[in-house]
Design a binder for this molecule. Structure first.
Ligand SMILES: C[S@@+](CC[C@H](N)C(=O)[O-])C[C@H]1O[C@@H](n2cnc3c(N)ncnc32)[C@H](O)[C@@H]1O
Length: 163
């Protein structure tokens, strides 16, 4: 499979995952956390699927498409290694959904580069919160979930926060 095919499939899987997760948290309280604003595509998708929901976005280098700039009070600028624990200290286990989209595009590299991240995700996730991620997150606080139909194994990952 060419890298273009692989990229397209990843985006299709991402859209299915976000649609599935947005539907799954309907009626549940809690913030939505988008880890990695980038161009703002997935943030834009989430805010369209979850109108009226508080979506907080974390990013180090803020330069999205101008149409996808989060409001200033929902944008957490800086290195997540620092901003996530600070957010935990302020809000605790506040999130109904966390989308982890910090990636280098190479899952094996991500697991090493972002080894500090799962503990913060777990600390932010409310009981039974959903975590969806482009790379596999291993943490005893997270239970792996079956993927929605149409998302091939290993393309995306879904977890429920235990306890
Ligand atoms: C794959 S992009 C996000 C794509 C985005 N969700 C979209 O749909 O356009 C990953 C983003 O994570 C950000 N990022 C990576 N490591 C970070 C860190 N330690 N703290 C904050 N942001 C980080 C990068 O700057 C990059 O913009």
């Amino acid at each position: 499979m060419s890298r273009l095919d692989s990229f397209i499939r990843r985006l299709e899987a991402q859209r299915r995952m976000l649609d599935w997760a947005a539907a799954a948290i309907a009626g549940r309280d809690g913030l939505v956390l988008e880890l990695g604003l980038g161009n703002g595509r997935t943030y834009d998708h989430l805010r369209e699927r979850l109108p009226g929901r508080a979506i907080h976005v974390f990013e180090r280098d803020v330069s999205p498409n101008p149409d996808s700039m989060p409001p200033a009070d929902r944008l957490v600028e800086g290195d997540m290694a620092q901003t996530l624990p600070a957010f935990v200290a302020r809000h605790g286990r506040c999130a109904a959904l966390i989308h982890v989209d910090v990636t280098t595009g190479v899952p094996e590299r991500d697991r090493i580069l972002f080894a500090w991240l799962p503990q913060h995700v777990v600390a932010l996730a409310a009981p039974a919160a959903l975590v969806v991620s482009g790379w596999a997150i291993e943490h005893p606080g997270l239970e792996a979930l079956a993927l929605p139909e149409g998302v091939p194994e290993g393309r995306y990952f879904a977890y429920r926060r235990r306890g």
